[in-house]
Ligand binder design. Structure first.
Ligand code: ADP
Ligand code: MG
Length: 240
């Protein structure tokens, strides 16, 4: 078992608020790792600390592929194989579908040509099953298709680890199922995933292991079936 991505005792405060408080997690190569927890628990802040955007930990280390990376830029991390999506469907509405995906590519080296871009964009759009004319504007896309586009923007760099911040937010149950099927297929191609999700059924369906954060701390880690029935988790969600 190889640990691909790890946080070791990572802490981040905003003023007097400890948003992430001594968090340690280990993401193993090939797994889907879930992160859950109530609003404000520190999930997105932890993602920011793992991906170098736009903050650094006050203390603790982030390891990717065994190397310390907490001081690395998002671009460096993307080139090294770590890509993320954001909680909002942050697509550029005034650009076309293809232009959005093209911008997502972290590869800027020799050999990147218009033809290379077309091929890589087509591959990423195929992976997320976003059909139709790639030269249409992104602003007409439905919510699930925006999510597909956002994921394509990350996949175009062929990441080894993909981090998704609440990908199911706002989707109805049918689209949630479509998303689960999509992420299952992407995972099957060998992509390790970390998924923050409020919709716990999504983590139940996808995650090999998961952690629950509450007030900046990991309260439970384990298999979803065990974690989601743990009394501490039930209390964190329902309150005392
Ligand atoms: P989650 O994603 O679990 O809902 P967040 O990581 O977004 O939680 O936020 C954790 C806590 O940190 C919240 O109380 C939030 O208001 C606070 N927070 C997050 N980012 C910042 C920031 N840049 N400045 C100040 N407070 C922040
Ligand atoms: Mg969040």
């Amino acid at each position: 078992m190889t640990v691909l991505l790890a946080a070791e005792e990572v802490t981040k405060s905003f003023g007097s608020l400890r948003a992430v408080d001594g968090v340690s997690i280990e993401v193993r190569q090939g797994e889907v790792f879930g992160l859950a927890g109530p609003n404000g628990a520190g999930k997105s802040t932890l993602f920011n600390l793992l991906t170098g955007i736009p903050i650094r930990p006050d203390s603790g280390r982030v390891l990717f592929g065994g190397r310390e990376v907490q001081h690395r830029s998002p671009r460096w991390l993307a080139k090294a194989g770590l890509k993320r999506t954001f909680q909002t469907e942050a697509v550029f509405e005034s650009l076309t579908v293809r232009e959005n995906v093209r911008i997502g590519s972290a590869y800027g080296g020799a050999g990147r040509t218009a033809r290379w871009d077309r091929a890589r964009c087509a591959e990423a759009l195929e992976q997320v099953e976003l059909g139709g004319d790639p030269d249409r504007p992104a602003d007409g896309l439905s919510l699930i298709d925006r999510k597909r586009l956002m994921i394509a923007c990350a996949l175009v760099s062929r990441p080894s680890v993909l981090l998704l911040d609440e990908p199911a937010a706002g989707l109805d149950p049918a689209d949630q199922d479509a998303l689960i099927r999509l992420l299952t297929r992407i995972h099957a191609t060998g992509t390790t995933m970390v998924i923050i999700e409020h919709v716990l059924s999504v983590l139940e369906a996808l995650a090999d292991r998961m952690a629950v954060l509450d007030s900046g701390r990991v309260i439970v880690t384990g298999a979803p079936a065990d974690v989601l029935t743990d009394a501490r988790v039930v209390e964190a969600y329902l309150g005392p």
